[in-house]
Ligand binder design. Structure first.
Ligand code: NAI
Ligand code: MG
Length: 361
């Protein structure tokens, strides 16, 4: 069978983005030939340095190349000015809009070696509506100012995010099956999706999210997926008390934002947490951390958030076996604990962590 060739856009951005994205490229190049996958790469600009050089943080060429040539992309991090700068706006936010990447996917995982029972969950956050439509207004009244914001929930957006959550749940099961077949211990045998909302108070908006999600997940293809729901505040409690319970959590934009940052705190370092921005036909892998100016240029940035983001991107490109290889190599590196970067209490450089992971592929 001819190898599948995937073209990947590399957008390192600023700061440690330039140190970790090359590690992402290396791991793709190092995947075993037996996977029958080839990669070609195109380097693309975005970010604060790009803005200073060219007057735009997201050159049109970057967007067009992604749209016309690429199957997926990796995005490092960008520095944002601390005060408002005319003409500057966040390139990743713009990319999400331009490429209709309507889901933000954030897995949170610990390894067996971390002690206790491992956490392995993913938050699937709707990324286009809810309170983030930013339709706010302030009115002067005899009793002082009153500010209001629109919370917009649509059946279409709720349904497609829930469908994606269901598909992710099925795919995670496939990856667990691959791991189990190679003798690894797996955390669960059946996929589960938890729908998060506050429909006891917001019966129309969150009520619609709940209804549309339920309906989407009732599709025949999800017959094997257990579907449950939970009110967001009690969910926070349980997420912190018993994170092992969860598999896939689907949430409207605001709850998803809060839950995903909170959940990232369950695992030690920002340098470990990946994400993906996903639409129907494109996925951008992106480590959750920023450009980390405090460690920039020292060669000690943890590459693991990026390596896991690479695997996540591969999942959305339908390459589960390749993703499973990367996840397993990263977990083995963390479990052995010989080559850990300083954010995890070790002494290893970015390069040394990468080499150790590559060796385990
Ligand atoms: P940050 O994530 O860059 O850093 C927070 C802390 O975590 C720092 O002490 C940093 O050294 C450490 N850290 C982050 N990633 C690490 C890694 N891979 N390995 C080891 N240590 C790591 O957040 P901060 O400092 O608030 O923001 C710095 C810049 O990044 C700002 O300009 C901010 O706007 C931008 N930023 C960009 C994001 C993005 O591009 N998605 C996300 C968050 C911040
Ligand atoms: Mg956030």
């Amino acid at each position: 069978m001819a190898a599948r060739t995937l073209r990947i856009g590399l957008i390192p951005g600023d700061g440690i983005g330039r140190e970790v994205i090359p590690a992402g490229r290396r791991i793709l190049e190092a995947l075993p030939a037996s996977l029958n996958l080839k990669f070609s790469f195109v380097d693309l600009d975005a970010g604060w340095d790009t803005f200073k050089r060219t007057g735009t943080a997201l050159p049109e060429k970057t967007v067009e190349t992604l749209k016309k040539e690429c199957d997926g992309a990796l995005f490092g991090a960008v520095s944002s000015p601390t005060t408002k700068v005319a003409g500057y706006s966040s390139p990743i936010v713009a990319l999400r809009k331009r490429l209709d990447l309507y889901a933000n996917v954030r897995p949170v995982k610990t390894t067996a070696g971390a002690g206790g029972s491992p956490i392995d969950l993913v938050i699937v956050r709707e990324n286009t509506e809810d309170l983030y439509v930013k339709e706010e207004r302030t009115t002067d009244t005899p009793n002082g100012k009153v500010a209001e914001a629109v919370k917009r929930i649509s059946e279409r957006a709720s349904s497609r995010i829930a469908t994606m959550a269901g598909e992710i749940a099925l795919r995670r099961q496939k990856i667990r099956d691959v791991a189990a077949a190679s003798g690894a211990a797996v955390t669960r045998s059946k996929p589960m999706v938890t729908i998060t909302h506050k429909s006891n108070v917001l019966s129309q908006t969150d009520g619609l999210f709940r209804e549309a999600s339920r309906q989407a997940l009732a599709a025949q293809k999800f017959a094997n997926v257990e579907v449950e729901e939970q009110i967001v505040d009690s969910m926070v409690y349980k997420l912190f008390r018993q994170p092992q319970y969860y598999d896939v959590i689907v949430a409207p934009n605001l709850y998803g934002d809060i839950l995903s940052d909170g959940a990232a705190a369950l695992v030690g370092s920002l340098g470990l947490v990946p994400s993906a921005n996903v639409g129907d036909s494109f996925a951008i892998g992106e480590p959750c951390h920023g450009s980390a100016p405090d460690i920039e240029g020292k060669g000690i940035a943890n590459p693991i958030a990026t390596l896991r983001s690479v695997a996540l991107m591969l999942e959305f490109l339908g390459e589960e076996p390749a993703a499973a290889k990367i996840y397993a190599a990263v977990d083995a590196n963390l479990d052995e604990g010989k080559f850990l970067s300083p954010d995890l209490g070790g002494k290893a450089t970015t390069q040394e962590v990468l080499e150790d992971v590559l060796k385990r592929l």
